[in-house]
Ligand binder design. Structure first.
Ligand code: PLP
Length: 289
């Protein structure tokens, strides 16, 4: 049985089937809002928390500011605490924090916390890795330069293209997608950051990911923590504008996000990759998984 929990901004925990949006809610009809996808953990003492909660709230606050939507942080902290205290499901779960501009008639933002058990894909991906196809994103790598209205790096609700790409992956018989700019630069995945490793244990290993900023990609909280921990553990960490061929040449490639963690890419555009179990295990540990 899937356990779900719903807590509504301004109301608190309600029955999970309670309707949360009015027909004129801007988040619903225009994707005008933002969200966070987080990982819930229950520790050995039974304490339930959200991994990297501070990073998620900070990014949600930045997203809301970019959209000019009020973000009442104390209210959100209270709502999250209430939702976590009421969670009776598995020891690991997915949490969505969703903030919408709300309905024009109500004139205030709407939002909710939604907690669900992890789907079956996560265990398989973490164990077996992930097969991936690269797909054109239809924009150059500098598409977001000097254009804040394009909302680069903002985690908006407008994910229809991301979800269409995920369906295209399914249609092609693979698990996920890496978006590539029209000038051939590796960008990100529809719901995760691309990270890859080069170098050897003796010469020193380097982690790479795509820079945010002009590329418009989302700065990942998991990649950020991975980089901080990897740097402390002696890895070099860099931001690299790379081509798909660079990923083929890398020692290991991961798709990295808060709920799935780092999952190693085992096939890219039909080419199998040799897995690096020891490096993979270290990356997972450094990312907190
Ligand atoms: N890039 C995109 C487009 C995403 O949607 C996500 C997460 O949902 C990420 C990257 C990874 O971000 P995080 O590590 O903060 O979950």
């Amino acid at each position: 049985m899937t356990t779900t929990l719903l807590a509504v901004l301004g109301t608190g925990v309600v029955d999970a089937s309670t309707p949360v949006a009015r027909a004129d809610d801007a988040g619903l009809i225009r994707g005008d809002g933002c969200f966070e996808g987080c990982r819930l953990r229950r520790d050995a003492d039974g304490h339930v928390s959200i991994d990297k909660l501070e990073a998620h709230l900070a990014r949600m606050s930045r997203s809301a500011a970019a959209l000019a939507i009020e973000f009442d942080e104390p209210a959100w902290r209270g709502l999250v605490d209430e939702a976590l205290a009421a969670w009776t499901g598995e020891d690991e779960a997915a949490v969505k924090l969703l903030l919408s501009r709300g309905s024009a008639s109500a004139g205030v933002p709407s939002g909710f916390v939604w907690i669900t058990d992890l789907g079956p894909d996560y265990a398989r991906w973490r164990r077996d890795g992930i097969t991936v196809v690269s797909l054109r994103r239809g924009i150059p790598a500098t598409a977001f330069a000097d254009a804040p209205w394009l909302l680069g790096g903002v985690k908006t609700l407008s994910y229809a293209i991301n979800m269409a790409a995920a369906r295209e992956a399914e249609r092609r018989g693979v698990d996920d997608v890496i978006f590539v700019s029209d000038d051939g630069v590796v960008l990100e995945s529809p719901t995760s950051t691309v990270v890859w490793a080069t170098g050897t244990a003796t010469d020193g290993r380097t982690l790479h990911t795509t820079p945010t900023g002009d590329t418009g990609i989302l700065g990942g909280t998991t990649q950020h923590r991975l980089y901080a921990n990897a740097a402390e553990a002696g890895w070099r960490t860099t931001y690299t504008l790379a081509a798909v061929d660079d990923l083929h040449a890398a020692d290991a490639v991961w798709l990295v996000s808060s709920v799935r963690g780092p999952v190693e890419v085992t096939e890219l555009d039909g080419k199998a990759r040799v897995r690096m179990p020891e490096v993979d295990a270290e990356i997972r540990r450094l990312a907190g998984f």
